[in-house]
Ligand binder design. Structure first.
Ligand code: SF4
Length: 329
């Protein structure tokens, strides 16, 4: 039986990485796909990039592994060596982490090189020639990353030099325009791909504002990141934050994310649920209870509010308070 060369492709589920996979498969290379996800992906197993990547990998007959970047990812986001993009997206450091993981698998499982759908100058932060070189240097993958969509504009890689793949069959796409990719998608019959970078919350200005608050007040952890994806957030003091759900789903999520010392402030029927986190003085607690009361929709001037803390439950009748937006994050 023919002994094929094996490569890893970083398959996001977007069009570019799908095209890169197709182009390399045509060169008789065996491929395994890695699909990375972080706490900041909008997608989940059912919806979004992963389901598209999985569907695509099944269609072209390649295995796919899904890899979660959790705690390690949080370490880079607080102080990324290569800084942030337009919002709080540490794209270069993020790519370095992904490539390091891919390299570990490549070495352990006998793959020869890595393929990506990166396009030169498509993204201002992570896809300039300088950034691509930094990523290769930092990961020790110099010459081992093949970018089929832009390969003819980039230095020759080891797989090309060794004749494992034919450089003349690789492309010279550059920049943000995507006509060539759309043409190729048509040619290869690739449909329903998500938009590029649309899946990363760190590129979203409002989410980045909340994330910045977590970094500033030293509360970056996986549970707090889940919380900043939902609800109304109020920074009450440097040590205290109140989050109030906006609907039943968010209320349930808040209750599920409660930690030992958190205080739950809610309406009797759970229609309004808030969570008070941090070091709480009596004044701040009372202020929060009145703030939660503001969202309880009944005709009474005073609202019944339940406060739960470490198995203790208290019922108060309070007058709702209005707050100006400066507390909102
Ligand atoms: S957009 Fe998000 S997931 Fe993509 S490289 Fe940047 S930080 Fe990483």
């Amino acid at each position: 039986m023919e002994n094929k060369l094996k490569a890893i492709v970083l398959l996001s589920g977007g069009l570019d990485s799908s095209l890169a996979t197709k182009i390399i498969l045509e060169q008789n290379i065996e491929i395994m796909a890695l699909n990375f996800f972080t706490p900041f992906c909008r997608c989940n197993r059912i919806k979004g990039c992963y389901s598209v990547a999985k569907y695509f990998s099944e269609k072209v007959g390649i295995p796919i592994k899904r890899i979660f970047l959790g705690e390690e990812y949080l370490k880079i986001i607080e102080n990324p060596k290569y800084g942030y993009g337009k919002n709080l997206n540490p794209c270069i450091d993020c790519r370095i982490l992904m490539f390091k993981k891919a390299k570990e698998i490549m070495e352990k499982e006998g793959f020869s090189f890595i393929v990506t759908g990166e396009v030169l100058d498509q993204r201002p932060k992570s896809q300039t020639l300088k950034a691509l070189k930094i990523i290769e240097k930092e990961t020790g993958l110099e010459g081992l990353i093949v970018r089929p969509l832009s390969a003819n504009l980039l230095p020759e890689t080891i797989p090309e030099k060794k004749g494992w793949i034919d450089r003349s069959k690789l492309l010279s796409i550059k920049g943000r325009r995507r006509e060539t990719q759309f043409y190729l998608a048509d040619f290869y019959g690739i449909k329903d791909y998500p938009c590029p970078a649309g899946g990363c919350l760190l590129t979203d200005p409002s989410f980045s504002k909340r994330m910045r608050d977590l970094i500033e007040f030293g509360s970056v952890d996986l549970k707090n990141i889940e919380l900043i994806k939902i609800g109304r957030h109020f920074r009450l003091t440097p040590f205290t934050k109140l989050i109030i759900g906006r609907n039943e789903l968010e209320n349930k999520k808040i209750l599920a994310l409660k930690e030992m010392d958190d205080i739950i402030i809610r309406s009797e029927n759970f229609e309004v649920v808030g969570i008070l986190k941090g070091c709480v003085s009596e004044n701040v607690k009372y202020f929060s209870i009145r703030l939660v009361a503001k969202y309880i929709r009944d005709s009474n001037d005073y609202k019944k509010v339940i406060i739960e803390n470490n198995k203790r439950m208290e019922l108060l009748n309070v007058k709702p308070i209005e707050v100006s937006n400066f507390l909102r994050i």
